[in-house]
Design a protein around this ligand. Structure first.
Ligand code: FAD
Length: 408
Protein backbone atom coordinates (compact mmCIF):
# COMPACT_ATOMS: atom_id res chain seq x y z
CA UNK A 1 0.00 0.00 0.00
CA UNK A 2 1.14 3.54 0.44
CA UNK A 3 0.57 4.44 -3.20
CA UNK A 4 -1.13 7.79 -3.54
CA UNK A 5 -3.40 8.88 -6.34
CA UNK A 6 -0.72 11.11 -7.86
CA UNK A 7 1.90 8.35 -7.81
CA UNK A 8 -0.39 5.94 -9.61
CA UNK A 9 -0.09 7.71 -12.95
CA UNK A 10 3.69 7.91 -12.61
CA UNK A 11 4.26 4.18 -12.03
CA UNK A 12 5.77 2.25 -14.95
CA UNK A 13 3.34 -0.48 -16.02
CA UNK A 14 4.69 -3.81 -17.14
CA UNK A 15 1.48 -4.79 -18.89
CA UNK A 16 2.12 -5.53 -22.57
CA UNK A 17 -0.07 -3.87 -25.14
CA UNK A 18 -1.44 -5.12 -28.39
CA UNK A 19 -3.22 -8.12 -29.78
CA UNK A 20 -3.17 -11.48 -28.06
CA UNK A 21 -2.85 -10.16 -24.50
CA UNK A 22 -3.92 -13.11 -22.33
CA UNK A 23 -6.04 -12.40 -19.28
CA UNK A 24 -6.86 -15.28 -16.97
CA UNK A 25 -9.50 -14.73 -14.30
CA UNK A 26 -9.53 -17.36 -11.55
CA UNK A 27 -12.85 -17.77 -9.75
CA UNK A 28 -16.26 -17.13 -11.33
CA UNK A 29 -18.19 -15.98 -8.30
CA UNK A 30 -19.82 -12.57 -8.06
CA UNK A 31 -16.65 -10.62 -8.80
CA UNK A 32 -14.74 -12.83 -11.27
CA UNK A 33 -17.75 -13.18 -13.53
CA UNK A 34 -18.37 -9.43 -13.50
CA UNK A 35 -14.76 -8.62 -14.38
CA UNK A 36 -14.89 -11.14 -17.25
CA UNK A 37 -18.08 -9.75 -18.82
CA UNK A 38 -17.15 -6.08 -18.36
CA UNK A 39 -13.64 -6.61 -19.66
CA UNK A 40 -14.94 -8.44 -22.73
CA UNK A 41 -17.15 -5.44 -23.51
CA UNK A 42 -14.38 -2.94 -22.85
CA UNK A 43 -11.74 -4.76 -24.95
CA UNK A 44 -13.96 -5.88 -27.84
CA UNK A 45 -12.07 -5.84 -31.13
CA UNK A 46 -8.60 -5.53 -29.55
CA UNK A 47 -7.66 -9.21 -29.84
CA UNK A 48 -7.48 -9.64 -26.08
CA UNK A 49 -8.02 -13.24 -24.93
CA UNK A 50 -10.04 -13.64 -21.73
CA UNK A 51 -10.27 -16.96 -19.90
CA UNK A 52 -12.42 -17.59 -16.83
CA UNK A 53 -11.77 -20.59 -14.56
CA UNK A 54 -14.17 -22.04 -12.01
CA UNK A 55 -14.63 -25.54 -10.53
CA UNK A 56 -18.34 -25.71 -11.31
CA UNK A 57 -20.19 -24.46 -14.38
CA UNK A 58 -23.08 -23.46 -12.10
CA UNK A 59 -22.99 -19.86 -10.91
CA UNK A 60 -23.40 -19.92 -7.13
CA UNK A 61 -25.57 -17.12 -5.74
CA UNK A 62 -24.01 -16.92 -2.29
CA UNK A 63 -26.38 -14.12 -1.36
CA UNK A 64 -29.17 -16.71 -1.45
CA UNK A 65 -27.40 -19.61 0.23
CA UNK A 66 -29.47 -19.26 3.42
CA UNK A 67 -32.60 -19.75 1.31
CA UNK A 68 -31.16 -23.02 0.01
CA UNK A 69 -30.33 -24.07 3.57
CA UNK A 70 -33.94 -23.48 4.59
CA UNK A 71 -35.10 -25.86 1.84
CA UNK A 72 -36.02 -23.45 -0.96
CA UNK A 73 -35.19 -24.16 -4.61
CA UNK A 74 -32.97 -21.62 -6.36
CA UNK A 75 -32.79 -20.82 -10.06
CA UNK A 76 -30.01 -22.68 -11.89
CA UNK A 77 -27.70 -20.17 -13.62
CA UNK A 78 -24.99 -21.68 -15.86
CA UNK A 79 -21.74 -19.74 -16.29
CA UNK A 80 -21.41 -20.55 -20.03
CA UNK A 81 -24.94 -19.13 -20.54
CA UNK A 82 -24.06 -15.97 -18.62
CA UNK A 83 -20.96 -15.59 -20.82
CA UNK A 84 -22.81 -16.23 -24.10
CA UNK A 85 -21.88 -13.67 -26.75
CA UNK A 86 -18.94 -12.20 -24.82
CA UNK A 87 -16.13 -14.26 -26.39
CA UNK A 88 -14.82 -15.18 -22.91
CA UNK A 89 -13.49 -18.75 -22.80
CA UNK A 90 -14.78 -20.74 -19.83
CA UNK A 91 -12.48 -23.43 -18.41
CA UNK A 92 -14.15 -25.69 -15.83
CA UNK A 93 -11.65 -26.81 -13.19
CA UNK A 94 -9.95 -26.01 -9.92
CA UNK A 95 -6.81 -23.88 -9.88
CA UNK A 96 -4.22 -25.86 -7.96
CA UNK A 97 -1.19 -23.56 -8.30
CA UNK A 98 -0.10 -20.17 -9.57
CA UNK A 99 3.43 -19.61 -10.83
CA UNK A 100 4.03 -15.84 -10.94
CA UNK A 101 7.52 -16.26 -12.41
CA UNK A 102 6.37 -18.34 -15.39
CA UNK A 103 3.01 -16.51 -15.36
CA UNK A 104 0.85 -19.62 -15.38
CA UNK A 105 -2.18 -20.82 -13.46
CA UNK A 106 -2.41 -24.61 -13.23
CA UNK A 107 -5.92 -25.97 -13.56
CA UNK A 108 -6.88 -29.48 -12.55
CA UNK A 109 -7.63 -31.31 -15.80
CA UNK A 110 -6.63 -28.40 -18.07
CA UNK A 111 -2.90 -28.02 -17.36
CA UNK A 112 -1.00 -24.74 -17.09
CA UNK A 113 -2.79 -21.67 -18.49
CA UNK A 114 -0.33 -18.92 -19.46
CA UNK A 115 -1.32 -15.35 -18.66
CA UNK A 116 -0.07 -11.82 -19.20
CA UNK A 117 -2.53 -10.48 -16.62
CA UNK A 118 -4.11 -12.54 -13.84
CA UNK A 119 -7.26 -11.54 -11.95
CA UNK A 120 -7.44 -13.35 -8.62
CA UNK A 121 -11.08 -13.74 -7.55
CA UNK A 122 -11.14 -16.92 -5.45
CA UNK A 123 -13.48 -15.48 -2.80
CA UNK A 124 -13.67 -16.84 0.72
CA UNK A 125 -15.44 -19.50 2.74
CA UNK A 126 -16.62 -19.97 6.31
CA UNK A 127 -13.83 -21.04 8.62
CA UNK A 128 -14.61 -24.13 10.69
CA UNK A 129 -11.03 -24.67 11.86
CA UNK A 130 -10.98 -22.48 14.99
CA UNK A 131 -13.47 -24.30 17.18
CA UNK A 132 -13.15 -28.05 17.88
CA UNK A 133 -15.93 -30.11 16.33
CA UNK A 134 -17.12 -27.40 13.93
CA UNK A 135 -15.61 -29.09 10.88
CA UNK A 136 -17.01 -32.53 11.75
CA UNK A 137 -20.37 -31.80 13.43
CA UNK A 138 -21.54 -28.56 11.81
CA UNK A 139 -22.79 -27.74 8.32
CA UNK A 140 -21.83 -24.55 6.48
CA UNK A 141 -23.18 -22.45 3.61
CA UNK A 142 -19.91 -22.90 1.70
CA UNK A 143 -21.42 -24.71 -1.28
CA UNK A 144 -24.88 -25.52 -2.65
CA UNK A 145 -24.14 -29.23 -2.03
CA UNK A 146 -23.44 -28.78 1.70
CA UNK A 147 -26.32 -26.32 2.10
CA UNK A 148 -28.57 -28.86 0.36
CA UNK A 149 -27.48 -31.66 2.72
CA UNK A 150 -28.15 -29.36 5.67
CA UNK A 151 -31.64 -28.61 4.27
CA UNK A 152 -32.38 -32.35 4.01
CA UNK A 153 -31.23 -32.97 7.59
CA UNK A 154 -33.24 -29.97 8.78
CA UNK A 155 -36.41 -31.45 7.29
CA UNK A 156 -35.85 -34.68 9.26
CA UNK A 157 -35.14 -32.77 12.47
CA UNK A 158 -38.17 -30.49 11.98
CA UNK A 159 -40.44 -33.52 11.44
CA UNK A 160 -39.33 -34.82 14.83
CA UNK A 161 -39.87 -31.40 16.49
CA UNK A 162 -36.12 -31.06 17.14
CA UNK A 163 -33.68 -28.17 17.45
CA UNK A 164 -31.06 -26.35 15.38
CA UNK A 165 -28.25 -24.04 16.47
CA UNK A 166 -27.01 -21.32 14.13
CA UNK A 167 -23.52 -20.29 15.25
CA UNK A 168 -22.45 -16.73 14.42
CA UNK A 169 -24.59 -13.61 14.79
CA UNK A 170 -23.30 -11.70 11.74
CA UNK A 171 -25.60 -10.91 8.85
CA UNK A 172 -25.31 -14.43 7.41
CA UNK A 173 -26.22 -16.05 10.75
CA UNK A 174 -29.16 -13.68 11.26
CA UNK A 175 -30.52 -14.29 7.75
CA UNK A 176 -30.09 -18.06 8.12
CA UNK A 177 -31.77 -18.25 11.54
CA UNK A 178 -34.73 -16.15 10.37
CA UNK A 179 -35.14 -18.09 7.13
CA UNK A 180 -35.00 -21.46 8.91
CA UNK A 181 -37.44 -20.40 11.63
CA UNK A 182 -39.93 -19.12 9.05
CA UNK A 183 -39.66 -22.23 6.84
CA UNK A 184 -39.85 -24.72 9.75
CA UNK A 185 -42.18 -23.33 12.43
CA UNK A 186 -41.97 -26.56 14.47
CA UNK A 187 -38.19 -26.33 14.92
CA UNK A 188 -36.52 -24.81 17.96
CA UNK A 189 -33.96 -22.37 16.49
CA UNK A 190 -31.16 -20.86 18.62
CA UNK A 191 -28.85 -18.15 17.28
CA UNK A 192 -25.55 -18.21 19.18
CA UNK A 193 -23.53 -15.04 18.95
CA UNK A 194 -20.67 -13.31 20.76
CA UNK A 195 -22.20 -9.88 20.02
CA UNK A 196 -25.79 -8.77 19.99
CA UNK A 197 -27.20 -9.52 16.50
CA UNK A 198 -27.38 -6.33 14.46
CA UNK A 199 -24.80 -4.60 16.68
CA UNK A 200 -23.53 -2.72 13.62
CA UNK A 201 -26.95 -1.15 12.98
CA UNK A 202 -28.58 1.95 14.43
CA UNK A 203 -30.72 1.47 17.56
CA UNK A 204 -34.11 1.57 15.76
CA UNK A 205 -33.18 -0.86 12.98
CA UNK A 206 -31.55 -3.18 15.52
CA UNK A 207 -34.64 -3.14 17.72
CA UNK A 208 -36.77 -4.02 14.68
CA UNK A 209 -34.42 -6.90 13.81
CA UNK A 210 -34.56 -8.28 17.37
CA UNK A 211 -38.37 -8.05 17.44
CA UNK A 212 -38.54 -9.92 14.11
CA UNK A 213 -36.31 -12.72 15.41
CA UNK A 214 -38.48 -12.92 18.53
CA UNK A 215 -41.68 -13.06 16.44
CA UNK A 216 -40.17 -15.92 14.41
CA UNK A 217 -39.43 -17.77 17.64
CA UNK A 218 -35.63 -17.60 17.40
CA UNK A 219 -33.96 -17.98 20.81
CA UNK A 220 -30.92 -15.74 21.23
CA UNK A 221 -27.83 -16.86 23.10
CA UNK A 222 -25.76 -13.68 23.04
CA UNK A 223 -22.49 -12.77 24.71
CA UNK A 224 -21.62 -16.43 24.28
CA UNK A 225 -18.26 -17.73 23.14
CA UNK A 226 -18.45 -21.19 21.64
CA UNK A 227 -16.07 -23.79 23.09
CA UNK A 228 -16.92 -26.89 21.11
CA UNK A 229 -19.44 -28.36 18.68
CA UNK A 230 -20.68 -31.79 19.78
CA UNK A 231 -22.82 -34.23 17.74
CA UNK A 232 -25.99 -33.23 19.64
CA UNK A 233 -25.15 -29.87 21.26
CA UNK A 234 -23.03 -26.74 21.15
CA UNK A 235 -20.87 -26.35 24.23
CA UNK A 236 -20.29 -22.74 25.26
CA UNK A 237 -16.95 -21.62 26.68
CA UNK A 238 -18.52 -21.38 30.16
CA UNK A 239 -19.49 -25.06 29.94
CA UNK A 240 -23.22 -24.61 29.27
CA UNK A 241 -24.76 -26.83 26.58
CA UNK A 242 -27.18 -25.64 23.89
CA UNK A 243 -28.94 -28.82 22.77
CA UNK A 244 -29.14 -29.05 18.98
CA UNK A 245 -29.90 -31.94 16.68
CA UNK A 246 -28.19 -30.10 13.86
CA UNK A 247 -25.77 -27.17 13.76
CA UNK A 248 -25.11 -24.51 11.09
CA UNK A 249 -21.75 -22.73 11.34
CA UNK A 250 -21.55 -19.18 9.88
CA UNK A 251 -18.80 -17.55 11.98
CA UNK A 252 -15.35 -16.63 10.69
CA UNK A 253 -13.85 -16.44 7.21
CA UNK A 254 -10.89 -18.07 5.50
CA UNK A 255 -9.40 -17.71 2.03
CA UNK A 256 -7.56 -20.00 -0.37
CA UNK A 257 -3.85 -20.50 0.47
CA UNK A 258 -2.90 -20.38 -3.25
CA UNK A 259 -1.70 -16.76 -3.28
CA UNK A 260 0.53 -17.15 -0.24
CA UNK A 261 1.86 -20.49 -1.55
CA UNK A 262 2.75 -18.75 -4.83
CA UNK A 263 4.84 -16.13 -3.03
CA UNK A 264 2.39 -13.31 -3.77
CA UNK A 265 2.38 -10.82 -0.88
CA UNK A 266 -0.62 -11.44 1.37
CA UNK A 267 -1.78 -10.16 4.73
CA UNK A 268 -1.90 -12.37 7.83
CA UNK A 269 -5.23 -13.86 6.65
CA UNK A 270 -3.95 -14.80 3.18
CA UNK A 271 -5.66 -11.94 1.30
CA UNK A 272 -3.58 -10.42 -1.51
CA UNK A 273 -2.11 -7.04 -0.57
CA UNK A 274 -2.98 -4.58 -3.31
CA UNK A 275 -2.00 -1.02 -4.15
CA UNK A 276 -4.43 1.83 -4.70
CA UNK A 277 -5.35 0.47 -8.15
CA UNK A 278 -6.01 -3.11 -6.87
CA UNK A 279 -2.77 -4.50 -8.33
CA UNK A 280 -0.70 -6.87 -6.20
CA UNK A 281 2.06 -4.98 -4.39
CA UNK A 282 4.51 -7.80 -5.19
CA UNK A 283 3.29 -8.77 -8.70
CA UNK A 284 1.65 -5.84 -10.49
CA UNK A 285 0.46 -8.04 -13.38
CA UNK A 286 -1.89 -9.67 -10.84
CA UNK A 287 -5.05 -7.86 -9.73
CA UNK A 288 -7.00 -9.09 -6.70
CA UNK A 289 -10.70 -8.46 -6.18
CA UNK A 290 -13.62 -9.37 -3.93
CA UNK A 291 -13.22 -11.31 -0.71
CA UNK A 292 -9.66 -12.41 -1.67
CA UNK A 293 -8.22 -8.87 -1.82
CA UNK A 294 -6.89 -6.88 1.14
CA UNK A 295 -8.20 -3.46 0.15
CA UNK A 296 -7.62 -0.59 2.53
CA UNK A 297 -9.33 2.77 2.22
CA UNK A 298 -8.94 5.91 4.28
CA UNK A 299 -11.46 4.74 6.88
CA UNK A 300 -10.16 1.17 7.15
CA UNK A 301 -10.12 -2.23 5.42
CA UNK A 302 -12.95 -3.43 3.16
CA UNK A 303 -14.63 -6.54 4.46
CA UNK A 304 -16.05 -9.27 2.23
CA UNK A 305 -19.39 -8.22 0.81
CA UNK A 306 -20.92 -8.21 -2.62
CA UNK A 307 -21.61 -4.52 -2.11
CA UNK A 308 -17.88 -3.76 -2.05
CA UNK A 309 -16.76 -6.74 -4.16
CA UNK A 310 -18.62 -5.78 -7.34
CA UNK A 311 -17.03 -2.31 -7.43
CA UNK A 312 -13.57 -3.92 -7.06
CA UNK A 313 -14.43 -6.17 -10.03
CA UNK A 314 -15.59 -3.17 -12.03
CA UNK A 315 -12.44 -1.27 -11.16
CA UNK A 316 -10.15 -4.18 -12.08
CA UNK A 317 -11.78 -4.50 -15.51
CA UNK A 318 -11.49 -0.75 -16.06
CA UNK A 319 -7.86 -0.72 -14.90
CA UNK A 320 -6.86 -3.48 -17.32
CA UNK A 321 -8.76 -1.83 -20.19
CA UNK A 322 -7.07 1.50 -19.45
CA UNK A 323 -3.60 -0.03 -19.26
CA UNK A 324 -4.15 -1.88 -22.54
CA UNK A 325 -4.95 1.48 -24.13
CA UNK A 326 -1.76 2.97 -22.72
CA UNK A 327 -3.55 5.05 -20.09
CA UNK A 328 -2.62 5.28 -16.40
CA UNK A 329 -4.65 3.31 -13.85
CA UNK A 330 -6.83 5.22 -11.41
CA UNK A 331 -7.09 4.61 -7.67
CA UNK A 332 -10.06 2.62 -6.42
CA UNK A 333 -12.72 4.61 -4.59
CA UNK A 334 -15.67 3.19 -2.69
CA UNK A 335 -18.04 3.93 0.16
CA UNK A 336 -20.64 1.66 1.79
CA UNK A 337 -24.26 2.60 1.28
CA UNK A 338 -26.45 0.07 3.07
CA UNK A 339 -26.74 -3.13 5.10
CA UNK A 340 -29.67 -5.11 3.67
CA UNK A 341 -30.81 -8.02 5.88
CA UNK A 342 -33.60 -10.45 5.03
CA UNK A 343 -35.71 -11.76 7.92
CA UNK A 344 -37.36 -14.67 6.15
CA UNK A 345 -39.28 -14.17 2.90
CA UNK A 346 -41.85 -11.74 4.32
CA UNK A 347 -39.73 -9.28 6.29
CA UNK A 348 -36.40 -7.47 6.06
CA UNK A 349 -34.57 -4.48 7.43
CA UNK A 350 -32.30 -2.17 5.44
CA UNK A 351 -29.93 0.04 7.40
CA UNK A 352 -28.56 2.89 5.28
CA UNK A 353 -24.99 3.80 6.15
CA UNK A 354 -22.26 6.35 5.75
CA UNK A 355 -19.29 5.52 3.52
CA UNK A 356 -17.41 3.94 6.44
CA UNK A 357 -20.45 1.73 7.20
CA UNK A 358 -21.52 3.54 10.35
CA UNK A 359 -25.33 3.73 10.41
CA UNK A 360 -27.35 6.71 9.25
CA UNK A 361 -30.75 7.40 10.78
CA UNK A 362 -32.55 6.20 7.66
CA UNK A 363 -33.70 2.60 7.52
CA UNK A 364 -36.42 0.57 5.78
CA UNK A 365 -38.52 -2.25 7.20
CA UNK A 366 -41.39 -4.54 6.18
CA UNK A 367 -42.52 -5.10 2.60
CA UNK A 368 -40.59 -2.14 1.16
CA UNK A 369 -37.46 -3.63 2.68
CA UNK A 370 -38.34 -7.07 1.29
CA UNK A 371 -38.65 -5.61 -2.23
CA UNK A 372 -35.41 -3.65 -1.77
CA UNK A 373 -33.49 -6.71 -0.55
CA UNK A 374 -34.81 -8.85 -3.41
CA UNK A 375 -33.70 -6.20 -5.90
CA UNK A 376 -30.23 -6.16 -4.31
CA UNK A 377 -29.94 -9.98 -4.37
CA UNK A 378 -30.98 -10.17 -8.03
CA UNK A 379 -28.93 -7.19 -9.19
CA UNK A 380 -25.62 -9.01 -9.93
CA UNK A 381 -27.26 -11.19 -12.59
CA UNK A 382 -28.93 -8.18 -14.18
CA UNK A 383 -25.57 -6.38 -14.06
CA UNK A 384 -23.88 -9.23 -15.97
CA UNK A 385 -26.55 -9.18 -18.69
CA UNK A 386 -26.41 -5.39 -19.11
CA UNK A 387 -22.61 -5.31 -18.97
CA UNK A 388 -22.41 -7.18 -22.27
CA UNK A 389 -23.62 -3.94 -23.91
CA UNK A 390 -22.94 -1.01 -21.57
CA UNK A 391 -20.60 -0.07 -18.73
CA UNK A 392 -22.78 -0.53 -15.64
CA UNK A 393 -21.79 1.27 -12.44
CA UNK A 394 -22.06 -0.86 -9.29
CA UNK A 395 -20.77 1.59 -6.68
CA UNK A 396 -23.54 3.80 -5.30
CA UNK A 397 -21.02 5.77 -3.25
CA UNK A 398 -17.42 6.66 -4.12
CA UNK A 399 -16.72 7.31 -0.47
CA UNK A 400 -16.37 11.06 -0.73
CA UNK A 401 -13.16 13.03 -0.66
CA UNK A 402 -11.69 11.01 2.19
CA UNK A 403 -11.07 7.89 0.12
CA UNK A 404 -9.20 9.61 -2.71
CA UNK A 405 -5.88 8.93 -1.08
CA UNK A 406 -5.78 5.38 0.26
CA UNK A 407 -4.20 4.99 3.66
CA UNK A 408 -0.81 3.38 4.07
C1 FAD B 1 -25.26 -16.74 3.07
C2 FAD B 1 -24.51 -15.52 2.64
C3 FAD B 1 -25.21 -14.34 2.50
C4 FAD B 1 -24.55 -13.19 2.08
N1 FAD B 1 -25.28 -12.05 1.95
C5 FAD B 1 -24.67 -10.93 1.52
C6 FAD B 1 -25.44 -9.74 1.33
O1 FAD B 1 -26.64 -9.69 1.61
N2 FAD B 1 -24.80 -8.65 0.85
C7 FAD B 1 -23.47 -8.67 0.53
O2 FAD B 1 -22.95 -7.64 0.06
N3 FAD B 1 -22.72 -9.78 0.70
C8 FAD B 1 -23.27 -10.91 1.19
N4 FAD B 1 -22.53 -12.05 1.37
C9 FAD B 1 -21.08 -12.02 1.05
C10 FAD B 1 -20.87 -12.22 -0.46
O3 FAD B 1 -21.51 -13.39 -0.86
C11 FAD B 1 -19.38 -12.29 -0.79
O4 FAD B 1 -18.76 -11.12 -0.33
C12 FAD B 1 -19.18 -12.43 -2.30
O5 FAD B 1 -19.66 -13.69 -2.72
C13 FAD B 1 -17.71 -12.27 -2.68
O6 FAD B 1 -17.56 -12.44 -4.05
P1 FAD B 1 -16.24 -13.13 -4.63
O7 FAD B 1 -16.37 -13.14 -6.12
O8 FAD B 1 -15.04 -12.52 -4.03
O9 FAD B 1 -16.29 -14.61 -4.08
P2 FAD B 1 -17.33 -15.78 -4.43
O10 FAD B 1 -18.64 -15.25 -4.86
O11 FAD B 1 -17.29 -16.69 -3.26
O12 FAD B 1 -16.66 -16.51 -5.66
C14 FAD B 1 -15.42 -17.18 -5.58
C15 FAD B 1 -15.38 -18.19 -6.70
O13 FAD B 1 -14.08 -18.76 -6.79
C16 FAD B 1 -14.21 -20.15 -6.98
N5 FAD B 1 -13.00 -20.79 -6.50
C17 FAD B 1 -12.58 -20.96 -5.23
N6 FAD B 1 -11.41 -21.65 -5.21
C18 FAD B 1 -11.10 -21.90 -6.50
C19 FAD B 1 -10.01 -22.55 -7.13
N7 FAD B 1 -8.98 -23.07 -6.42
N8 FAD B 1 -9.99 -22.63 -8.48
C20 FAD B 1 -10.99 -22.06 -9.22
N9 FAD B 1 -12.04 -21.42 -8.67
C21 FAD B 1 -12.09 -21.35 -7.32
C22 FAD B 1 -15.45 -20.51 -6.17
O14 FAD B 1 -15.96 -21.76 -6.58
C23 FAD B 1 -16.36 -19.34 -6.50
O15 FAD B 1 -17.12 -19.58 -7.66
C24 FAD B 1 -23.15 -13.22 1.79
C25 FAD B 1 -22.45 -14.42 1.92
C26 FAD B 1 -23.12 -15.56 2.35
C27 FAD B 1 -22.34 -16.85 2.47
Amino acid sequence: MGVTGSEVGARPWEIEMGNGHRIVIVGAGYTGLFTAVRLAHRTRGTGTEITLVNPSSRFVERLRMHQLAAGQQLADHRIPDLLAGTGVRFVPGTVTAIDPERRTATVDGAGALPYDTLVYALGSSTDTSNVPGADTHAFTLNSPEVAGRFAARLTEVAAAGGSVSVCGGGLTGIEAAAEIAESHPGLHVTLISADEPGAMMGATARAYLLRALDRLGVTLETGARIGKVLPDAVELADGRLVQSDVCLWTAGVRVSPLAAEAGITTDERGLIQVDATLRSVSHPEILAIGDAAAVRLAWGPLHGTCQSGLPTAQHAADTIARLLRGKAAKPFRFGYFHQPVSLGRRDAVIQFTKADETPRRLHLTGRFAVAYKETVSGSPLLTYRLSKRVNVTTAVSKGGRATRTPAA
